[in-house]
Design a protein around this ligand. Sequence first.
Ligand code: ZN
Ligand code: ZN
Length: 298
Amino acid sequence: MKAMSKSKVSRKSVRKCCICGKPAFSPKSNHCFACFVMIRRMEHENLPPECIKEICEHVRRYGHVCFYTKIRLDRTDPKSPFYFVFDHMVPGEDKVVLTFALLNEMKSDMIPKEFWYYILQLDRYFRTGQKIRKIKLSRWYRLAPLLEAKQGAMMLLPSESLKALAKKCCLCGKPVYAPRAMYCPGCHQFVHSMDNRGINNDAAKKILKYVHRHGFVCEYTETPLNMTDYKDPFYYEFDHTVPGASKVALTFSLLNEMKSEMTLKEFKYYVGQFANFLRTGAKIKKRKLSHWFMLAQK
Ligand SMILES: [Zn+2]
Ligand SMILES: [Zn+2]
């Protein structure tokens, strides 16, 4: 009897984290170091108290794992793709959940339902070649691309005289916009946008060749691109196939956002892992990313 009460006392003297139950990091603290850091970050990011409470409750129940995938979070290295971050579940709304940097990047401005929808669509395309079916995104608030404002000088002729010109756009075959022009108005703008975005000659030539052959479709997924409305998630964009390298592919803004700082191979891998998790509940297997240059969180 005596021995038992003694061990009770000594157990009591080790302070435990009030969130996750691990030993507190100092005799005066109510938290383990991981929870302490997490709470400081939440306060620093001005999360509303109810959100902080809910996130703590999540950690209490499941530990330091992602809300969406239950994957273990990295709590120490801000440069890790699995470093913990807080995600606005619905962009623009208050509810915030615990997740990791990579998922947060891939989810971009989507709500969870939309995110999982596109993960499954991409996964199916990568596996079977079945084309992506577009759905509208409820929270896609893209701003005008920075460089779009600077457009190539283009003297438009009235459409009547355009039709009269026998000369055809060398890219798409529509009538050119002026007697000495090579392109129709749309393609002219496209070529200039490559110039504006600093895409080098070789890369631009490859893209033009691709467009000439396949039309304005995404190089990764064959999805038809929106060429006029920058607010559309399928608005055309150029993606550095390997982050930081000069090779560029034609794609759309949603995919570009989701691919983040991954190579195409890495992107396909994680799309597959996420899709598999969604379908079967199988754990996501972490793999190192070669070009993950996330800066330390502020
Ligand atoms: Zn803790
Ligand atoms: Zn054209």
